[in-house]
Design a protein around this ligand. Sequence first.
Ligand code: PDD
Length: 283
Amino acid sequence: MEKMLYNDRLIDIEDAKLSINDRGYQFGDGIYEVIKVYEGSMFTATEHIDRLYRSADEIRLVIPYTKDVLHKMLYDLVEENELATGHIYLQITRGIAPRNHAFPTDFTEPTLIAYTQVAERPINNLRFGVSAIFVEDIRWLRCDIKSLNLLGNVLAKQQAHEAHCYEAIQHRGEMVTEGSSSNIYGIKDGVLYTHPINNYILNGITRQVVMKCCKEIGLSVVEEAFTKEQALQMDEVFLSSTSSEITPIIKIENTVIKSGEPGIYTRKIQQTFEEKVQQLLLV
Ligand code: PDD
């Protein structure tokens, strides 16, 4: 029987009962993480856990476990479910209390749930690339918090799906921010451009790995936002996320990016990323 974490206990997933008064359900009052698992090993788990605690701090939610204890709980979940390649979904809400926008005044235990999902790596997308559309970024001003409130992201992604595209590249005014569930990069004349880390985007863990890869391959990075128009004129465009890894974007709206094939730097970043995955599997 597949297990899940319910607070600090591993339970059968079919026994899970969630309250209608959970603040995650009522208000989206909580935070989450998605951690990739390659052949049974969690990738960048420490970074994901650090970001989870940061998100918690930003919404004034106190996680009742140390980072090490939580890490061990996730490790046990992966072991118990014998997950090979896939991901862990983890969320923590402000807990169960009668509906009232303000925080509960009585002590309320946060609700933690985590489960695993088998998911193959997106081999075809990695190899051939995907297409994208532009969508106005209508989200709130704290996109740095990995909050459960994803309506803006959901609506953007749905627009992309309806246009038969993989991702929606969001923009505030003319400036590209990030994808509906990914970070966005452009490469022009041997320089990589990407939106700086601030409240308009999520500090992607895969983005952090991309930054390391760029350093290793000697690719200059400028953390500056670029416009939609500049995006269309890039030599290479790609996106990154936990599940999509480093996915080339070969077409935006009706514009083919350069040759219409994944670019040489994107390939190098993919290779360097792959080495890091393989290193994990050796440990
Ligand atoms: N999404 N930006 C947004 C808005 C995201 O939702 C994500 C990830 C990223 C990339 O972050 P990371 O590299 O840490 O996965 C950027 C996850 C995977 C999701 O919601 O499923």
